[in-house]
Design a protein around this ligand. Structure first.
Ligand code: 2RA
Length: 329
């Protein structure tokens, strides 16, 4: 496969290259692409150096697959140009996610919706991906009525500038700011821009994307998304109300055997998921499972995943793997 990575010099793009290499993705030719100012720069893939090329050069090479992580406006403009030369684009921006003509895919949940005709496939938002991996086996068994989620999101979700801001603040030095406030020793209840009704776009993504991926608009989701001074991954406190009664041990068994999930739930021995442990892992970790005693048929759960991996790069590469395994590309 000729594989283009668009946005190859960013945090997610770099992680895409790392994940492609680790998983031995069948790359016959790697085409790293970035904005004009990065053209000519070198990136490394499997110990070899590659020169970053422009969008036009990459399109002329007609790659079979392009993994995009270059922001919404670049995707809106450039993804259709790749698709027009026969490339299948897997796009990590929010540009196509809610477009009814595009599939929004988490392989463990809904890879079966993919067809050969899908030339632009959307990779969901990081905080949505890890939540739906954990919700899917429970929805199949007990049918989810309502989800109340609060997130604790890593600065890596914002990008390189935010990581620098946190590190500079920690060292007491001045520098560029990714956030309106200090992030070190702080918590900012604001991710992405504010929208209607006082919700942020990140919260709206979690609400809408969950229904689209799960293929069920009856699931009610409400969200509060929060940035915290952490690097390893996003964490989520999730309260789930089911249509049907559940057994807590059965829930644990379902989660422990579901694809892409690891159950870490042994509070006697202080075992629960944390971003420190999820960092650089491809799986989603769940724990702190307990009944919500204030309401019938309701469960509390804690979900953690590396947002740059399962929340972005790994999910995109898994989609590409599925396309190849099923001869859809
Ligand atoms: C965040 N949702 O953590 C993001 C990145 N995709 O801000």
């Amino acid at each position: 496969m000729r594989v283009a990575v668009v946005g190859a010099t960013g945090l997610v793009g770099t992680k895409m290259l790392q994940v492609l290499a680790e998983r031995n993705f069948p790359v016959t030719e790697l085409i790293p692409v970035a904005s004009e100012k990065s053209v000519g720069k070198e990136i490394e893939y499997k110990g070899k150096k590659y020169k970053v090329v422009s969008m036009n050069t990459a399109i002329a090479m007609k790659p079979e697959i392009a993994l995009f992580s270059a922001g919404g406006s670049t995707s809106t403009e450039q993804a259709p140009r790749f698709a027009a030369v026969g490339t299948t684009v897997i796009d990590n921006s929010s540009a196509w996610r809610m477009d009814p003509t595009k599939k929004l895919v988490v392989p463990e949940v809904n890879a079966n919706v993919l067809t050969k005709e899908d030339k632009i496939i959307a990779n969901p938002n990081c905080s949505t991906i890890q939540m739906v991996v954990a919700l899917k086996p429970l929805h199949d068994k007990y049918k989810i009525k309502r989800v109340v989620v609060s997130t604790y999101q890593s600065v890596t979700g914002t990008g390189v500038k935010a990581v620098e801001q946190l590190m500079n603040e920690r060292k007491g030095i001045d520098g560029p700011k990714a956030y309106a406030y200090e992030i070190d020793l702080n918590v900012i209840p604001h991710i992405d821009v504010f929208s209607d009704g006082g919700y942020t776009k990140e919260e709206i993504k979690m609400i809408k994307e969950t229904c689209k991926i799960m293929g069920d608009d009856s699931i009610k989701v409400t969200a509060t998304t929060v940035r915290i001074p952490v690097m390893g991954g996003h964490s989520e406190s999730v309260n789930i109300e089911f249509e049907n009664e559940f057994d807590l041990d059965e829930v644990k068994n379902l989660l422990a055997s579901a694809p892409g999930l690891i159950l870490v739930d042994d509070v006697q021995n202080l075992k629960y998921p944390m971003p420190k442990d999820a960092h650089e892992k491809d799986e989603v970790f769940v724990g702190r499972l307990r009944r919500d005693d204030t309401q019938a048929k309701t469960l509390n759960m804690w979900i953690v995943a590396d947002n740059l991996r399962k929340g972005a790069a790994t999910n995109a590469v898994q989609i590409a793997e599925y396309l190849i395994e099923n001869s859809l590309v």
